[in-house]
Write a protein that binds this ligand. Sequence first.
Ligand SMILES: [Zn+2]
Ligand SMILES: [Zn+2]
Length: 136
Amino acid sequence: MKINGACHCGFITIEGEANIERVTVCHCTDCQRSTGTAFRFNVPVRGDSFKITGEPTIYLKKTAESGTPRAQAFCPRCGSPIYSTSPGEGRQASYMVRAGILEQRDQLMPKRQIWFRSARAWVTGLDAVPKYEKQG
Ligand SMILES: [Zn+2]
Ligand SMILES: [Zn+2]
């Protein structure tokens, strides 16, 4: 699926070809900390289709469990997470794009949840929490 999106302030825009069969929710503690929320929502985008405007800041982090370094890209102006990829110069094979920044996010349904052992206890019970269409 063709996808496009932008960070919260619009400085960074991206587009590419996403594999919607691999939409993933990640409950790992690194994702909780780096998003400031309960989980991350990702879709892989093929490297040869990936286009970006604006210059993201790259933060290189060894993930706690696997020890594999990942380059985490975010907007230097508004702080929105944009993607993660393997570290290195130039185009990478694949980019895990943060699905919340995409115009097509309504069509991206999670196909798997990983690191579920770190999931917040309430994520499976959200449907029972009172809901308000606006701020409430
Ligand atoms: Zn921004
Ligand atoms: Zn994670």
